[in-house]
Design a protein. Sequence first.
Length: 82
Amino acid sequence: MTELKFENIKNDVLAALNKIEIDVNESLTLLEGFVNTPFASDLALVRPHDGPSIPMIALLGNKSGRIHLFALKAVLPDLELK
């Protein structure tokens, strides 16, 4: 598996986010790193690092503290993940 470092794609992520209209009423800060969200058909089966997961980026609402998650492939569809 090829190692993917956030610092290597940060500028691409920022450029892509500048092209996307995000409908929130506050400024956002890109969190430095990836969020890896596991998923399963049963809540009892979801444990960190088990099974399939969705690599994501996170934006933090500067006033509300809300975290907005975006699938990495939705932001950078041409990025090759292995």
